[in-house]
Design a protein around this ligand. Structure first.
Ligand code: ADP
Ligand code: ZN
Length: 625
């Protein structure tokens, strides 16, 4: 489904000369700009540079799409993910916008046609992969076109400390000197202050005004549970709260992705794997099904979904710990872009901490790099072990601020108790010391609890003073103690592997009994009903609010039929929220339908009659029954 160049000339002429508000209303079908969106749009429309930081789902695309239509010439959008361009372009073309893309997936003829459309001024937006853009041939071409702006999406890719570094992005700074009169807007969802500075410097945007919107994603409920039986925990979670929903499950390794996808499939879920070990074809197919079908769960390594703008992902589950809060926030941010209640769920345990710490130490990279990575991992672990509101901790990390606890995270909904762990910690640390810092956690817990197992007897550790002094806690409770000790840096796992625990400098005052320590009591799993109550804060799931199920299904069927006919995902036709609004308002005329949120002029013209017809049928069945 490449944009058909022949069609380009038949599209309505560019809407240039309309005001941003008119464009917002008539092309996109939205009533008003979100806070900040309007300011960014104005800045760029007036020809100035901008650096935009908005959370995922915050509405970054409109920040350049509206100026692209308000200014004469073609806007060039640089986006790192080829897979997504196609849908973005399809969605724009649905709105009657003249959009196309240039990337390595197209053949010579297709590229030529798009290039021709560009130089003859027949494009409003051109999406382009960074590696394509920096080719001399492309630059030459751009010099022959009239350009309205450059939008650099996922701008954090320029940061070498970031998790998505792309060397092609470094070269984008030349846009400033090559095209001095063309405004540039850089956009990202994840950037702490350091990264932000780096983006500004590396993209020659030091003069640009910064637009930083709040990072909060109030509709996402954050939950982090200690890992007991991860597979069972995942199944219980989905069954209780997200049966039939679309979601993403992240795992660290390919093997685990495959195994988890099989597990979910065996329980009747449509679960598809996604990782670098699959053929490009299979990956593309699975991503496609995820975008187009209802209720698909993708099980993936972290590579999946960067920039995926599927609006109705209802949950993101982490089976393993991400290595930074940036990664966590970005991955969980793929949930709930439509603003409806969604869950970010994670299980994590001691082994995750050990594994990540070892991977980090074993990684290539200089000391400075490792130090930064270590700080990032510590911040991630900090979030896992907090007893205060998780959202407050997250937002603080990103330099944002939330006045009161959020009421929609697990620590708010089910506050964890703490206990005085001073004595237990002394026992644990001295047991590590006395066994020679050569053993892993299972063994040390066995010694503490006085187990008579073979290995202990062989090494003579039953004679140690710490043998059997820990019978007051269960093995699970000890595990929790050790997890917190490692997470908080009192113990470290042997970097050579094997997972043996060693004391760090930090634990000296604890060992000597000079410092008290409060530990988190791992919460006992509660019925998810109580957790679900938190969603009151942001209203309910669209689906839960629907009373007219037949009507809803009829609208969805109509949408699916149109989507299939055009080979696009259903949400490209209309979002759920738009269908919901239709069902609520029951418009009878095209004019009334045009007032529905998300119905712009092009869609009104293309689909208006069909949806009015469906709405009429719904009315008729209702009054008939
Ligand atoms: P981002 O790129 O920041 O993650 P998007 O640009 O994909 O976010 O926008 C997220 C969702 O919000 C989309 O469904 C979009 O249509 C919707 N949206 C954006 N701006 C507005 C607005 N002013 N009014 C209503 N909906 C909007
Ligand atoms: Zn909270």
């Amino acid at each position: 489904m490449y944009p058909d160049p022949d069609q380009l000339t038949c599209e309505p002429p560019s809407v240039a000369s309309q005001s941003p508000e008119q464009i917002l209303h008539e092309v996109f079908g939205y009533e008003r700009f979100r806070p900040l969106q309007g300011e960014v749009v104005q800045e760029v429309v007036e020809g100035r540079d901008a650096l935009v930081l908005m959370p995922t789902g915050g509405g970054k695309s409109l920040c350049y799409q509206v100026p692209a239509l308000a200014r004469p010439g073609t806007a060039v959008v640089i986006s790192p993910l080829i897979a997504l361009m196609q849908d973005q372009v399809a969605a724009l073309r649905e709105l009657g916008v003249r959009a196309a893309f240039l990337n390595s997936t197209m053949d010579f003829e297709q590229a030529r046609a798009t290039e021709y459309a560009l130089t003859t001024g027949e494009l409003d937006l051109l999406y382009c992969a960074p590696e394509r853009l920096i080719q001399p041939r492309t630059l030459e071409l751009l010099h022959h076109a009239s350009l309205s702006l450059f939008a650099i999406d996922e701008a954090h890719c320029v940061s070498q400390w970031g998790h998505d570094f792309r060397s092609d992005y470094l070269q984008l700074s030349m846009l400033a000197s090559e095209f001095p009169g063309v405004p540039r807007i850089a956009l990202t969802a994840t950037a702490d202050e350091r990264t932000r500075k780096e983006i500004a410097e590396r993209l020659s945007l030091t003069e640009a005004r910064h637009f930083i919107s709040g990072f909060d994603r109030p509709n996402i409920q954050y939950r982090i549970n200690p890992k007991t039986n991860a597979n069972k925990q995942l199944l219980d979670f989905i069954k209780a709260e997200h049966e039939g929903d679309c979601g993403i499950v992240y795992c660290l390794s390919r093997n685990k992705v495959d195994a988890t996808a099989r597990l979910l499939a065996s329980k009747g879920y449509t679960a598809l794997p996604y990782h670098a070990g699959l053929s490009g074809e299979e990956r593309a197919r699975n991503q496609e099904r995820f975008l187009r079908e209802d209720g698909v769960i993708v099980v993936a390594t972290i590579a999946f979904g960067m920039g995926i703008d599927k609006p109705d992902v209802r949950f993101v589950a982490h089976m393993d710990l991400p290595k930074s809060l940036e990664a966590y926030y970005q991955e969980t941010g793929r949930a709930g872009r439509d603003g409806k209640p969604s869950t970010a769920w994670m299980v994590y345990g001691l082994q995750d901490v050990i594994k990540l710490r070892q991977m980090l130490e074993a990684s290539q990279g200089n000391d400075q790099f490792k130090r930064v990575e270590r700080q990032k991992l510590d911040a991630m672990l900090g979030l896992c072990e907090v007893t205060e509101c998780r959202r407050q901790v997250l937002l603080r990390y990103f330099g944002d601020h939330l006045e009161a606890p959020c009421g929609n995270c697990d620590t708010c909904l089910n506050p964890p108790e703490t206990w005085d762990g001073t004595v237990a910690v002394q026992k644990a640390l001295s047991c590590v010391y006395r066994t020679g810092q050569r053993f892993g956690v299972t063994y040390i817990i066995d010694v503490l609890r006085g187990s008579g197992n073979e290995r202990i007897l062989q090494s003579g550790h039953q004679t140690l003073s710490t043998y059997g002094i820990g019978t007051d806690l269960t093995a699970a409770e000890w595990k929790s103690v050790f997890r917190q000790l490692v997470a908080n840096g009192y113990l470290r796992a042997d970097p050579e592997g094997f997972g043996s625990l060693q004391l760090t400098e930090r634990c000296r005052p604890l060992l000597k009994g000079e410092q008290a320590i409060e530990l988190r009591k791992d919460p006992v799993a509660k019925k998810s009903a109580s957790v679900k109550a938190g969603n009151k804060r942001t209203g309910q799931n669209v689906r839960d609010q629907i009373t007219d199920h037949e009507g809803w299904e009829a609208l969805r069927a109509r949408r699916k039929e149109l989507a299939d006919r055009q080979g696009v995902p259903p949400y490209v036709i209309f979002h759920d929220t738009t269908l919901f609004d239709m069902l609520e308002r029951k418009p009878k005329t095209l004019e009334e339908l045009g007032e529905v949120n998300g119905v712009g002029a092009a869609k009104l013209e293309k689909y208006g009659d069909l949806f009015l017809q469906t709405l009429q049928e719904i009315q008729r069945t209702e009054s008939g029954s």
